[in-house]
Write a protein that binds this ligand. Sequence first.
Ligand code: GLY
Length: 370
Amino acid sequence: MSTFGVTLKKVVDDSYDIEIGFELEETLLRDLQNGLVGSVKKYAVVTDSIVKELYAEKICRMLQSAGYQAELFVFEQGEKSKTRKTKEMIEDAMLAHGFRRDCCIIAVGGGVVTDLAGFVAGTFGRGVPFINYATTLLAAADASVGGKTAVDTPLATNLIGLFNQPEKVYIDIAAWKTLPEIQISSGMAETIKHACMASGELFAYLEKHMQDLFSVQREVCEHIAEENCRIKYHVVEKDERESGLREILNLGHTVGRAVETVSDYRLHHGEAVAIGLVAQAKLSVRLGYMTGQEADRVVRLLQQAKLPVAIPAYIDREALVQKLYTDKKVRDGRLRFVVQKGIGGIVEFEDGVFATPVTEDVAREIILQL
Ligand code: GLY
């Protein structure tokens, strides 16, 4: 019998830029021509049925006119498409069009598109580079940045995926002008989450400028996009793989993800997160980390963003309690919650530990109050 020691030490530099601005299609082309992904000439532009006509076709044509081989791969819009089946459909279509390892994927769209396309990129030909061109506030605030890619399963959201960092992220704020109001609200939930956990200043700014955001006022949108990136990256740079600190980006998501799944995606992700933020605020008050007035401020800001602050009547409360156990923070069968501290802070329960066990009875009590 023999034993071979396989030494494979890696030094990885996954650094990349996030460019925030208005109408960044030409910037993307210039970056590709300047070698953003080396000498790659083949681009798979992955998008959904809505963003296709708004932006993706234009980007695809622009690449073709510049002499690149570019093809569009389109799937039906909506969270219900974020599945292994859609991933397989895109992979098969890419293979049929002759795409192999020498390609790059450009995800053009919101969070569903960037989550799915980033996951395809992570496994296609054992990994090809990808770029996110984010067209929604939700993608700008959360999904397109940070390198989490995944698909949903019937059991719960985001259970199958990879940490996979893009080559670059473009946040095109001009695209927010074509968003339905519900999409602005949905992205605001992740923005409010960032403010709740890390910045009292951002929280106060949102209280003051919510209307400017809905009318896509350029300066306000740019400020919000920058603050989202600053807060998120402060966390991701320290703990990319979520071994501790990154759990704080889960604020509001324990109840949020569960209610999203139990609603069968009738609730948008941001709407579900808003309900989850109210749940964690109630828990925080109960545990003594927030005052009732601070929790009321959170509720009011969510309402200003036209987000729900109560669980819809059609949701089966007991099914929701049981769904909490599909959360990735569950340890040894115990529910764990991230908890806000005042406005703009997060509770560190022990050194480097940011989630606390909560009994099922307490979780049920909070859900029944909502
Ligand atoms: N959306 C939470 C995270 O990126 O960790």
